[in-house]
Design a protein around this ligand. Structure first.
Ligand code: CA
Length: 476
């Protein structure tokens, strides 16, 4: 070998080594993303929002070492549409996900349309591994499962809720389901395969979260951890119930135990990140998918009016915190309105991920607002639409809000009346009209629902007599 050739080989080898090293450094610099979504948690049921009877020290760390949002919203007041908004960064009414979907394993149109890009699909373009854990609720047909929507791993269930104790998971798969709520009794899925799980559901989901962090510790990952707790049914183990002997109300006690189980899980996740030295480079979002249904699960929305299902604040304003050490100041409180759709936009911006231009996103990158680079408000207006009830709401930055519920039009000043007790529509007709016009302009961009929803079982079953019948072409 000539000296020149030897030098050439050495140089090429070194270049490719450097290139691999650069690639590795680049990937390591990309932040990990964890979205912890809880289900039907009341606004005042976390320590960082003033909860007194349920300690949530681990969840509170996300707020105390990061930012607590006091005017944080979701895009819908119940589970399914709220999740569709969060995972796409778009108002779900843009693509017809305006109802809670029915459990319909043979229906490819019952769920998140394939025209929509999920955060996991987008992050694939930035070499992320994505994991969905817990409640899916974005479609039970196999073309809509997490593995088809950008997630490399899935551990959880497809339905809108689930039984918490493994002895109740008696159905082998989705085709043994014969009625909407039977789906709560299906065995869990790991990716596309049913598994035998033995732990209390919340503990199992936390265990999987910790395990997947280990699995993907050497590369950027996105974890969508969707606990179904503390959504009904109210079920908890003695381990957690025993922490709440002071709570005499049985429902509240069980609810508290369920929240406490989630808090333990969050603690395990934070500890795992710390052990692996990943804390600094991981963004965590914590939020509820909608407000608490107070009468149903004994949650507490505090001073907020209404609850799950309402366009009042109790339905749509949620506990929301975010941590990204070194990038966001500790103990920060951010009061301007934000919405769950901003998670998508923030993550995309911070990871330089290209998105589908045909689907303009409604979320906003929050980071410039949290670093003080931008002192304006992220959103001039936020919108909510309950298509079937013809209820809607729209609020502006300064807290003027219109709400229409059961054909009654209302105008509130949230800055002085967070409980929405004083309807100002007579006193300020022009303010009402301005917001109504803004809402209507937005509403004209939305489309009608593309599937029948929860509560429309009878109609759906008539149209789809084979709703639960196993399709012979199915891989199941
Ligand atoms: Ca929910």
């Amino acid at each position: 070998m000539t000296k020149t050739l030897f030098l050439f080989i050495l140089l090429v080898g070194r270049c490719s080594l450097l290139s691999a090293q650069n690639q590795s450094n680049y990937l390591k610099a990309q932040p990990n993303i964890i979205v912890i979504l809880v289900d039907d948690l009341g606004y005042e049921d976390v320590g960082f929002n003033g909860c007194k009877d349920i300690p949530t020290p681990n969840i509170d760390k996300i707020a105390s070492k990061g930012v607590k949002f006091t005017n944080a919203y979701v895009s819908y007041a119940v589970c399914g549409p709220s999740r569709a908004g969060l995972i796409t960064g778009r108002y779900q009414d843009r693509f017809g996900f305006s109802r809670n979907p029915l459990f319909a394993p043979n229906d490819p149109n019952m769920g998140l349309p394939l025209s929509e890009e999920t955060l996991a699909s987008a992050l694939k373009k930035s070499n992320y591994k994505s994991i969905a854990i817990g409640k899916w609720h974005l479609g039970a047909h196999e073309t809509l499962w997490p593995s088809k929507r950008g997630f490399d791993d899935f551990y959880g269930f497809l339905s809108g809720g689930h039984q918490y104790f493994p002895e109740n998971w008696t159905l082998q798969d989705e085709y043994e389901v014969k009625a909407q709520y039977d789906a709560y009794n299906t065995k869990l899925l790991r990716n596309n395969t049913r598994v035998e799980e033995t732990e209390y559901l919340t503990d199992a989901l936390s265990r999987e979260a910790v395990s997947y962090i280990d699995k993907y510790k050497d590369q950027p990952f996105f974890m969508y951890l969707a606990y179904n707790a503390p959504h009904a049914p109210l079920q908890a183990t003695e381990k957690y119930l025993n922490r709440f002997d002071t709570i005499k109300d049985k429902k509240r006690k069980t609810y508290a135990a369920m929240v406490s189980a989630v808090d333990d899980g969050v603690g395990n996740i934070l500890n795992k990140l710390e052990t692996l030295s990943l804390t600094e480079n991981t963004i965590i979002f914590f939020l509820s998918d909608n407000g608490g249904p107070e009468n149903h699960n004994a949650s507490n929305n505090g001073v907020l009016r209404g609850g799950k299902g309402d366009v009042f604040e109790g339905g749509i304003r949620v506990p929301f915190a975010m941590i990204w050490p070194n990038k966001i100041a500790a103990n920060m409180v951010y009061d301007k309105p934000i919405i769950s759709l901003d998670i998508f936009a923030t993550v995309i911006a911070q990871t330089n991920t290209p998105v589908e231009t045909k689907n303009p996103i409604d979320g906003v990158n929050l980071m410039p607002f949290l670093t003080g680079e931008n002192n304006e408000a992220p959103h001039e207006y936020l919108f909510w639409r309950k298509f079937d009830a013809n209820d809607y709401a729209c609020r502006n930055t300064i807290g003027q809000k219109i709400a229409r519920r059961k054909d009654i039009n209302m105008l509130f000043d949230l800055g002085n009346d967070i409980s929405e007790t004083n309807n100002l529509i007579e006193k300020k007709p022009q303010s009402f009209q301005n917001l109504k016009t803004t809402y209507e302009d937005w509403g004209n961009q939305m489309i009608d629902p593309i599937f029948l929803g929860l509560g429309e079982d009878l109609e759906y079953n008539k149209l789809h007599p084979d709703r639960f019948h196993r399709d012979k072409n199915s891989k199941q």
